[in-house]
Design a protein. Sequence first.
Lengths: 719, 159
Amino acid sequence: MSALDELMSEARQQEIDPPARGFHLDRREFLKTLGGGLLVCVAPVREFAQESGRQWQGHELPTELNAWIHIGADGEVKVFTGKVEVGQNIRTSLAQLVAEELRTPFDSIAMVMGDTDLTPWDMGTFGSRTTPTMGPQLRNMASAARDVLVKTAAARWNADASTLTAADGKVTNPHTRESLTYGELTRGEELVENVPSDPPLTPATDWKIAGTPLRKVNGRDFVTGKHRFPSDIVRPGMLFGKVLRPQGYHASLVSVDTSGAERVPTAKVVHDGDFIGVTAEDMHSAEQALAAIHANWTVPPQISNSELFAALKKGSSSEDSRPEFASGSVPQAYAAAEVKLDQHYTVQYIAHTPLEPRAAVADWNGDKLTVWTGTQRPFAVRDELCEAFHLPAKKVRVIQPDMGSGYGGKHTGEAAVEAARLAKASGKPVKVIWTREEEFTWAYFRPAGFIEVRSGTRRDGTLVSWEFHNFNSGPAAIQTLYNVPNQLVQFHPADSPLRQGSYRSLAATANHFAREVHMGEIAFALGLDSLQFRLKNLTDPRLRAVFQAAADKFRWGRSRPEEGHGFGVAGGFDKGDYVAACVEVEVTPERKIKLVRVVEAWECGAIVNPDGLRNQVMGACVQAIGGAMFEAIQFKDGRILNPHLAGYRVPRFSDVPEIEVILIDRKDLPSSGAGETGLVALAPAISNAVFAATGVRLRSMPMAPLNAIPGDEPPRFQS
Amino acid sequence: MADFLLQVNGEELHVRGFAEESLLFALRNRLNLTGAKYGCGEGQCGACTVLLNGKATHSCLTPLSSAVGVQITTIEGLERHEVLTPVQEAFLEEGAYQCGYCTPGMILSATALLREVPHPTDEQIVEHMNGNVCRCGTYPRIMAAIRRASAPAGKGASQ
């Protein structure tokens, strides 16, 4: 798959629907606003360049401006990118890459991110794409900028450029010992430089700033409370807004009485078609006004948890399924196999639950709209606003302050549109912050899934047949990296009863759960060690390396679990990342699962920031505990039954085991993104460990929704 | 609407608001102290934690009227003359956050713990901190930061 295909496939999975519009700002105009200096533009990523002419939603991907670097007279380097910081530490690691190639101190770099008026168009921050796509583009630009600076110095000194050196934000002539700072070199100039297609890049083995464990660049603002998250933005004269929600999904409004709301001091009701909202001068009054609205709705009958998997297996009424991968002859190989297994696995809908719910502040200035909001896709939110208010792109500015995370859950602009609608009606800036209940109900969920696996194996442990069907949860990481000559791997879209969308690791979690639990089942059926069985059927050296690293550290095969404990292993690959985990669980006499120890080995090419990477991988292990063990959305008749943290349990301090993260740094390989894949190995490793401890096989995520092993019965849910 | 006199971060501040509105809303929306965060509004996540007379308290469940006459400390009140508290320093040194949205609540909860128990065991840290959610999953680093702040070299939490 080419990089472009991969990106477009990812985009499709991320429910990226609204049409995007082009980017119009003139580069020389932009340079004027920056007061001269050196502006470096256009860094075609090589794979994209070969796909010239291909478009994505009107954007000419290969030639679109993806980022700019500007070097000012004071030597400050401003990097403009539409990517956003959501806790993945990309503000820091992208700056490291620029500083490295530009040969300038790390603290001279300022990242300008996620502002639709200032940064070039960007599809969004998702799919672990920032490091592998934006990283190389910024490195190319920084390398080209350095080249321009060296040539500028050479011209001033009438020297041979190849004899000059660039380091620490200066160009130096070693013969004359003259030097000029980058700021001095760009002063008074108005330079716009386009990047050659293939500038020389510094190999990771020579990195001095990239590859080092720098801490979050603006960490101090987070420990002092100074950082303003989207929900912290304040505008002069700002009002507070709330929006009336239906009583259930697909509900129709029968009648509404807003007179009570009108009586709340300072409150005003905005009623426009199906949209009913209120504004007030303070949040408390806005809440009071909303509560005073009496509305009657009819909610049509809808599917509940209990009918979910049967519904998903019915497939889709509109989309066809096609094999993701097929080879050999599965029916013949399966028929001839000595050991046959046929099982199914399920995953429930789960909620992203970003601690900062959706929030937006909208401010109209004449017909120009500015919205501060928490989103992974500021340009897509701009498009939503343009469509909602019939505005051209240049009349809408979306600004994304570094936000209280998203995990794939903030691709859409609901709060932005709501705040803008209320602000338009009131003539004043309006802030809308969703409640936790709104976030649980009116955002979207990680898809639920039903997965069937049929395998055929020879007695000696050789896989011969592999059939894998995923209903609804998605095709990410659906293919097995184990060697099997006869395969049928298929994703079946389904009509999801709930609104679903992107999630950290998306379907890779469900597909790894089914595949790696099933591998454990085959190993047991054959009486083979679970790790040895995997390695016997695996040639991919990078995946073998992480399995081996995790196993060595865990002392797999060299230590035995104590009574009531079990060991489990699982691993896999997605988005350029290789991961393997060994876990130890304890199952108490009350059949409660206690996670004791996790060793996770990880490899994603050359490591850009080992501290940020370790934080991501460890955080992924912790977040994965929730979906593995207890997170599940309960729904009935178009309503969410557990839209509160009291009823939807997320991992807490007391759930965290001893976690060791092993990072394998492959400086010879390109860096891939690391925000997601760290989740995928944990759940199957836990299932395998629980089986080792108890002989009970858990095939449904979450595995212990009541904190106890449910046995072979389908899991019940706590309401 | 009524006038309330609050003692916030060592200052006396007049606030006009409703007796029953939450201290969280009053701090954030009337005093522009946005360090305390809304996370759930139900005392389940700890993002809104502030100190009332030194005790970690959910400001989302505290009515404005009941915050009168007590010393309120928010995250903005910890730093003095650009000097961070040992707990803030420890969070920086351990890199104990990802998105940072839970960080003010975490730091204030940890500050209250260390004031009461200067050298807590891991079990005591977990028990005290379990009401604070970090959805990014940085709990191991937050534990490390609290241990660091409680170590003798760090001289415990001074705030």
